[in-house]
Design a protein around this ligand. Structure first.
Ligand SMILES: [Zn+2]
Ligand SMILES: [Zn+2]
Length: 305
């Protein structure tokens, strides 16, 4: 599933700074991500009136080995539980127009979540449904965001701050409804607790530029990780072969209860039979290393598998 001629670039797509409710200045957030070996970062502050609708100008923090993508976490419209939507938009223009979201509570007449997500996609952004479990999102909510490219399936800040990191349940049900969505792991770092350097994407692109990274994100040419590397995933009609850094488990999931796990020691090339997935229109792959760290592929649709 990967073009191995392309390099992979490590990046975090969800981060906050003092421009909203994070506790570090944008320059220091960028410095820390670069120092920790990241190739790129999207600073995505809360796009609400309380913070003057910030889209962090991180252009000055780019250099030969580190780049940034402009973005924001968008908030507009109520979900079914009455909370305001959280929608991640990476690749926004600096002049993306504010809606009417004065603070973190819905107000009468504001743009809906699906509307602001569609407006972000039209403006060129890669859009993800943020932290479904943390938000208390229903399936009606999730399926209403038709413009999204991905579901945020692992949010490290939500893992550390309230043990509600999950988005895989929402993603898998959407996939089984036929929605062609990918997945992302992120930090959602505010640097107010150990909420950073725990989940990222590895993007296969010709160059570490905002344009090339965005194109690759939108086309799904990336995977998500907490540590392990996915190097190649290939398949024929009967078997899927997963090449990775050394891991202890390789697990393939599909529609409903379909799943097959292979366990071992220092696995780097693992074959998993696909017969269990004959009724599944999609499959995806997780690997888990000896320390319990995971990496996840995007979904693979079975007409190609
Ligand atoms: Zn959020
Ligand atoms: Zn956030």
């Amino acid at each position: 599933m990967f073009d191995t001629a392309l390099p992979f670039w490590r990046g975090n797509l969800h981060t906050h700074s003092t421009l909203s409710d994070g506790c570090l200045e944008p320059a220091e957030v960028c410095r820390r991500y670069k120092a920790e070996g990241y190739d790129f970062l999207a600073l995505t502050d809360h796009f609400i009136g309380l913070f003057n609708y910030p889209i962090a100008d991180t252009v000055d923090f780019r250099d030969d080995s580190f780049t940034t993508i402009l973005g924001a976490e968008l908030h507009s419209g109520p979900m079914e539980n009455g909370e305001l939507w959280h929608i991640l938009a990476v690749g926004l223009p600096a002049d993306f127009a504010p809606g009417d979201a004065p603070h973190f509570r819905p107000v009468e007449g504001m743009e809906s979540g699906p509307e602001i997500a569609a407006r972000a996609v039209e403006a060129g952004a890669f859009v993800a449904i943020a932290h479904p479990q943390w938000s208390g999102m229903t399936m009606n909510d999730a399926r209403s965001i038709e413009a999204a490219h991905a579901v945020e399936t692992y949010n490290h800040g939500c893992a550390m701050g309230c043990d509600r990191a999950d988005g895989f349940h929402t993603l898998d049900l959407l996939l089984s409804e036929g929605k062609r969505l990918n997945l992302i792991a992120t930090d959602d770092a505010h640097f107010t607790e150990p909420d950073h350097f725990g989940g990222w994407v590895m993007v296969g692109a010709e160059a570490n530029t905002p344009e090339a990274l965005l194109d690759a994100l939108k086309s799904g040419h990336y995977y998500s990780s907490q540590g392990p590397e996915l190097r190649q995933i290939s398949w024929d009609g009967k078997t899927i072969t997963v090449e990775s850094s050394a891991v202890a488990s390789v697990i393939v999931q599909g529609h409903g209860i379909a799943a097959v796990a292979k366990h071992g020691t220092s696995l780097t090339k693992t074959e998993v039979p696909l017969s269990r997935f004959n009724g599944s229109p999609w499959i995806r792959v997780s690997v888990i290393d000896a320390a319990g760290k995971r990496a996840w592929s995007n979904p693979i649709w079975r007409e190609t598998a």
